[in-house]
Design a protein around this ligand. Structure first.
Ligand code: GRF
Length: 201
């Protein structure tokens, strides 16, 4: 049985590309049923087109409010019936109503070791704080911002000479490995959730 994924994007889509590459390499037994962007003309849509993956653009500005935008998202998702919804650089906050529709089926990746440095510009926050180690977190999305149960984490050291750019480069390299790995565990039915604990079985 193959796992059907819908991937929500807003930008460059390097994580999308890593997932496409893992599916193609046969290391992630999943089908990307849909790539959905809220921004027209982004590189992530080009990547989906190049890989011949079905894609849709639903610009959030075309809707009067978040509820109407999310209704359109849900309608597009209902058409493909995904097992998992992957936020790969998706820049809209999802409402509690949306999240409750897909319990423990929405995945996000965050460029810090949550619960440290949630929200925007996590690498910049880590540098400003002066931590010596940061990292990457893959987690289920719950009704808060970057607060859902943690699936995988990996550390990334911060060097004294790091700039935001150099740190982001090392964080991205880890992201591109960790996201497909988490999805592989999900596709294999190996993620068991017990409250906040996600156990790999
Ligand atoms: C990644 O750094 C991810 O951690 C964050 O958004 C960024 C998306 O980058 N949630 P890309 O579009 O996958 O290149």
């Amino acid at each position: 049985m193959s796992c059907r994924l819908a991937i929500l994007v807003s930008g460059s889509g390097t994580n999308l590309q890593a997932i496409i590459d893992a599916v193609r390499a046969g290391t992630l037994p999943a089908e990307i049923a849909l790539v959905l962007s809220n921004r027209p003309g982004v590189k992530a849509l080009e990547r989906a087109a190049a890989a011949e993956i079905p894609q849709r653009c639903i610009p959030h500005q075309d809707f009067p409010n978040r509820a109407a935008f999310e209704d359109a998202l849900c309608a597009a998702l209902d058409e493909v019936q995904p097992d998992g919804i992957v936020l790969a650089g998706f820049d809209r906050v999802l409402s509690p109503e949306f999240v409750r529709r897909y319990p423990h089926r929405i995945f996000n990746i965050h460029p810090a070791l949550l619960p440290a440095f949630p929200g925007l510009h996590a690498a910049r926050q880590a540098l400003a704080y002066g931590v010596k180690v940061t990292g990457v977190t893959v987690h289920f999305v719950d009704e808060g911002t970057d607060t859902g149960p943690i699936i995988l984490q990996e550390t990334v050291p911060i060097h004294p000479t790091d700039t935001e750019e150099s740190l982001l480069e090392r964080l991205h390299a880890v992201e591109h490995r960790l996201f497909p790995e988490a999805l592989r565990l999900f596709a294999a039915g190996r993620l068991k959730i017990d409250g906040r604990q996600v156990n790999v079985v």
